[in-house]
Write a protein that binds this ligand. Structure first.
Ligand SMILES: Nc1nc2c(ncn2[C@@H]2O[C@H](COP(=O)(O)OP(=O)(O)O)[C@@H](O)[C@H]2O)c(=O)[nH]1
Ligand SMILES: [Mg+2]
Ligand SMILES: [Zn+2]
Length: 312
């Protein structure tokens, strides 16, 4: 007897494969007499009802969907509805992300303020709190690591330092991921994202890229986004490497993407309501902060994309 035949089941899109979508369903919902072995989760190969295309509804990894016309034997189904998204990360395209873990290596490739900031601000832009995962800490001394941690603290971020070689920090990272619904690993290629996934989820084996000796940059190995179950109902995604996310926002909102400027702006107000924190009198943003030059240069580009900005 197939109890669930006419039922809609709720699931989450965990991968896109050519024209198909892979949807993960809780086994307890899927239970059917024809299944006698135990799985916590079941993955179904799905197509989508054409009405969704007419409605212009795109479906991405992370979307919560309803599936129907379930073929239990072949594990296939059809997506009939998509739930409204709570958040959407554009690059990589993942819906309903609850934590962006930005992997930044302390070396190989070398830590780069501008690049790290671009990833951090992109997450802030999508209204998703970023967490910094400082990778490859086996390559530096304890002292240098402290300098990194303090630097990131002065920018307003906490970080979890990790190494896949010493396994340092891996347990704290797993614990943090299990406290959130859908975490995405982002960051420059070569930072060690795929290596981390392979450690966290031992039964997957994703190809990692070796860091090019000459350029000290990673090559792009991860090509698509896939969500993996990591226990406690939490999912984790590796993302394809790309190195320079564009920050798209209004000039007046830009300063609010920086936690260290946000703190200052919440304590006291600039004299002018439309202050862009350039050289306006009565501005409360401290121009000596480490990332101010980065803020300023990018702000000038937003205001006037055609003029080169010269600091000082
Ligand atoms: N020394 C060291 N190397 C690492 C560590 N994690 C990753 N790597 C190396 O960094 C390179 C790039 O890793 P990969 O996981 O493909 O980076 P991704 O592009 O961010 O997915 C590989 O050669 C890894 O072996 C680490 O903790 N320490
Ligand atoms: Mg990778
Ligand atoms: Zn100001």
């Amino acid at each position: 007897m197939k109890k669930n035949k006419s039922k809609n089941l709720k699931g989450i899109v965990v991968a896109l494969k050519a024209n198909f979508l892979i949807v993960e369903i809780d086994y307890k919902d899927f239970k059917d007499e024809s299944f006698d072995y135990f799985y916590e989760k079941i993955r179904l190969l799905c197509t989508r009802r054409s009405k969704l295309d007419y409605q212009g509804l795109f479906i991405d990894v992370g979307d919560i969907v309803l599936v129907e016309s379930i073929d239990y034997k072949n594990k296939r189904a059809v997506i009939s509805e998509v739930e409204q998204r709570k958040s959407f990360l554009k690059r990589p395209a993942v819906a309903n992300v609850t934590l962006v873990a930005i992997c930044i290596s302390v070396d190989e490739p070398l830590f780069d303020i501008e690049q790290a900031s671009r990833f951090l601000l992109t997450a802030e832009c999508a209204n998703i709190k970023p967490l910094i995962v400082l990778t490859k800490i086996d390559l530096i001394t304890k002292n240098d690591l402290m300098l990194f941690i303090n630097k990131l603290k002065s920018w307003g971020y906490d970080c979890i330092p990790v190494s896949i070689h010493t396994s340092q920090g891996i347990d704290s990272l797993i614990e943090r991921f299990r406290k959130t619904k859908l975490a995405v690993l982002a960051g420059p290629s070569g930072a060690g994202k795929t290596s981390l996934i392979n450690q966290i989820i031992p039964n997957v084996s994703l190809p990692t890229s070796s860091v090019s000796k000459k350029l000290k940059r990673g090559t792009h190995t991860t090509r698509h986004v896939e969500l993996f179950s990591i226990g406690n109902g939490s999912l984790l995604a590796d993302t394809p490497g790309f190195n320079r996310p564009e920050i798209v926002c209004e000039p007046s909102d830009f300063a609010y993407l920086f936690p260290e400027f946000r703190t200052q702006l919440s304590k006291s107000k600039c004299k002018f309501r439309n202050c862009l924190h350039r050289d306006e009198p009565g501005c409360v943003v401290n121009k000596d902060l480490e990332r101010y030059p980065f803020y300023r240069e990018n702000l000038e580009k937003m205001i006037n994309p055609h003029l080169p900005y010269q600091a000082g």
